[in-house]
Design a binder for this molecule. Sequence first.
Ligand SMILES: *Cc1c(COP(=O)(O)O)cnc(C)c1O
Length: 404
Amino acid sequence: MNLNRGRALTSIPGPSVIPEDVLRSMHRSFPNMYEGPLVDISHSVFDDLPKVAHTEGKVFMAISNGHGAWEMSLTNTMRRGDKVLVLASGRFAIGWGEQAEQLGCEVETIDFGDRGPVDPDRVEERLRADTAHEIKAILVVQIDTASGVWNDIGAIRKAIDAAGHPALYMVDCVASLASVPYFMDAWGVDITIGGSQKGLMVPPGLGLVWASEKALKAHETAEMVTPYWNWTPRLMDGAHYLKFCGTPPIQHIYAMRTALDMLFDEGLENVWARHTVFADAVRAAVEAWAAPGGFELNITDLAHRSDATTTILGGSIDCKEMRRICETDAGLVLGVGLGSFEDKAFRIGHMGHLNPPMVLGTLGTIEATLAHMGASMGGSGIAAASRVIAEALGRKAEFRAAAE
Ligand SMILES: *Cc1c(COP(=O)(O)O)cnc(C)c1O
């Protein structure tokens, strides 16, 4: 029977649910785009975005998605033939590395597989061996959206320092920023990559790049600079249109202002704590469902299971059919398995504008669908998830430190 009426819910790892206030702030006719309130609001967004990454560095906003932000980071800092070290733990660092290769960098990848994190000791060992300092940049993802792994960005920094290596440290936080703790300056990160549509709760369309002093220095001798992405005009004081290399993304600027206000009102630490609760609820559900031949959390080490997105291996359960029933008959959209996972896994996004009815609704719909399919299930996931939420309702907010 088809029960799919009412408000559909999309529980994928981005784009995430857009808050009504953010949507409403976009619904307006065009203001003067050369001066006045829009330009003031835009400047305030440029001033406030570094607070989200905990940096004193600069932020660049481009009309693009995360892939565009990747390209902006590489073209503005690299020289043709530069060696780039990619630390892979899923699909996303690999994709960024593929861009580097297409742009003319030499790419070396250390693949840590897609069920666990980057191992800082192996990074240190590789960097120590690079005595000529041929490696110019290290690319890693904080949370890989395909595998659901949460890498320890501070520990990788320590490994780079222990090897005394000067490479630029570049971190993709598209799936993690404003969902889990991130301290760009304290962790000595030179480039941070973000996108508007995940933890930042804004529709897709803004690619974000934060740059340290060292990254801006590298820009001065970069050889791959192209007109649109070029940081130089975007850094100039003066006409606002230079910041976006043309017409600004007016509606997105209003949306980002509203989203930042919401994040600061709640407090970033409370935002992170809320993400931990919902992630714990999802994990508790999956572990309760687990049965021989049934579901399993992809990331084996609890400390490295991400608080923004979870990848679940299907075992003998047909994930594609499960997702189809959820979507068609119940109005719940779940994330597909990416890369090597394909139909062997599915993903639940639990980032951004979320509350218990949304998380429990997602888990309850999955549980009902599993029961309908006659899938092997150990116990009630929804009961386990409710216990996590009940416990959280009874205590103070507490965020989980970066995986260590
Ligand atoms: C979503 C995502 C991207 C890509 O962003 P697009 O906006 O789809 O280009 C890059 N990295 C990570 C970790 C992501 O989750």
